[in-house]
Design a binder for this molecule. Structure first.
Ligand code: GLY
Ligand code: MN
Ligand code: MN
Length: 452
């Protein structure tokens, strides 16, 4: 735990605020059913500024004052610690995380009106959680009730995310090191999936291999719900059921990434269930790979956010025309958006603490300029559903290839390069499997096999 990284971030945020108070709560625990909870995940902004991973905590940052970093957190509680585990308590948290002051969360409501009094601006993630909106308005009203004693409430409200998103967009060396490791673990998981895939397995059996690989390397879990989509399922962009069998001749699309110490990786690979691409699968795959190469080449300092997308769309559109999936010239098909029938999503997103990370894509009406330290995904695809106007051999081919890319001083670094994506690399890796077709290779229905 390097407390200095986080105190330096708080110092930078306070400098950007100039004057005023920021209130940044972490996420609540969320019930799944009755008294079971979802695995706890802290709020990314709160974590970015504190490194503190317990629920029920709030950071109050006061610009230009001492104390500046005030954290409210859970008290020590031996009874609860026997059931749920260790808690720092205010004293432990203050010492370990280097906050200026730490109080019991029970003191929040009585302390906040004092901290807000005579401050010009309140910085807060407005509308992120209606319960916090209401609670904070209650504190502001408490301050206003004291108006006759000469105390004023903040008269400006500013969304703290505007400042924090810009900070989070440029990754530090420490963040990049964690992201590189998350990318490596995830690349290993995709290799493992390719090695074990074969007709007759269920999608969930492959999902289990991904999870195994994430956890055995210390990642806390998946950064988002893993997609393991065989055959026609690969054309469903957010397919997460993962309960169908892999069939001979299917392509398998896996979109899965781990979360390591808060940071996400996000990789998609597509490969043949039987280990060998058919001719038409190979043609479409090569097209998506070429589109991805063009997009990655467009990433460098001074380029802009939309350049990789535009490069991918141009390559994909030409390919769709060559395959006679759409008609006309490339320019006309881009203009009319005819390509969207087979490529309907964008080519990437920022990546970091959130898989779709913080940060604007446009600034003052212009696409964001790329700068060293920005991290993004590059994920072109092509999804061909059964359709009378499309030759049948193309039906149910769904391909996406996704890598995580860091903008560097020289150009770019592909963090996920260890996940194989060239056709010969994939086929070679899959040939290493001991046994390709098990006895139950002809299972065709979905579900657990128990008479679904
Ligand atoms: N896995 C989410 C995405 O690719 O954007
Ligand atoms: Mn993805
Ligand atoms: Mn993605």
């Amino acid at each position: 735990m390097n407390a200095t990284i986080y105190s330096e971030r708080r110092r930078r945020l306070a400098a950007l605020m100039q004057r005023g108070v920021a209130i940044i709560p972490t996420s609540p625990e969320r019930a799944r059913n009755r008294d079971s909870h979802y695995p706890y995940r802290f709020d990314s902004y709160f974590y970015y500024l504190t490194g503190f991973t317990e629920p029920d905590a709030v950071l109050v940052l006061i610009a230009g004052a001492q104390p500046s970093s005030i954290v409210f957190c859970r008290d020590k509680d031996i009874e609860r610690e026997i059931w749920d585990g260790f808690r720092y308590g205010p004293e432990g948290a203050q010492q370990t995380f280097g906050f200026d002051v730490c109080h019991s969360l029970a003191k929040l409501d009585e302390t906040m009106p004092d901290l807000l009094a005579d401050q010009p601006t309140l910085f807060f993630a407005i509308g992120a959680d209606p319960a916090w909106d209401t609670r904070i308005v209650g504190w502001l009203n408490k301050v206003r009730q004291r108006a006759r004693s000469g105390v004023a409430a903040p008269n400006q409200l500013s969304d703290v995310r505007v400042l924090l998103d810009d900070m989070r967009l440029i990754k530090s060396a420490g963040e990049i090191a964690v992201m590189r490791r998350a990318a490596q673990i995830t690349a290993g998981a995709h290799q493992r999936a390719m090695r074990m895939a074969k007709p007759g397995l269920a999608e969930y059996e492959i999902e289990a291999e991904l999870l195994h690989e994430f956890r055995r390397h210390g990642a806390q879990g998946p950064a988002y719900t893993s997609i393991v989509a065989a055959g026609a399922n690969a054309c469903v962009l957010h397919y997460v059921q993962n309960d169908a069998w892999l069939k001979d001749g299917d392509l398998v699309l896996i979109d899965a990434g781990c979360e390591l110490d808060g940071y996400a990786a996000d990789i998609t690979r597509t490969f043949p269930a039987n280990g060998k691409f058919s001719t038409v699968q190979k043609d479409v795959y090569q097209l998506v790979l070429a589109a991805q190469a063009a997009a990655i080449a467009a990433i460098k300092p001074g380029s802009n956010w939309v350049a990789p997308h535009d490069a991918a769309v141009r390559v994909l559109t030409q390919g769709m025309i060559d395959f006679k999936l759409i008609d006309g010239s490339v320019d006309a098909a881009i203009e009319s958006e005819a390509y969207k029938k087979f490529y309907m999503h964008r080519t990437g997103h920022w990546l970091g603490l959130d898989v779709h990370d913080a940060g604007d894509y446009k600034r003052d009406g212009e696409w964001r300029e790329l700068k060293p330290g920005m991290a993004m995904t590059v994920e072109p695809g092509c999804y061909i559903r059964p359709d009378d106007k499309v030759p049948e051999p193309f039906w149910n081919i769904g391909i996406r290839i996704e890598d995580d890319v860091l903008v560097t001083d020289q150009g770019r670094e592909v963090l996920t390069a260890d996940a194989p994506k060239a056709i010969d690399e994939i086929e070679t890796l899959m040939r290493e499997r001991a046994e390709r077709v098990p006895k139950n290779a002809n299972r065709t229905h979905r579900g657990s096999g128990a008479g679904v």
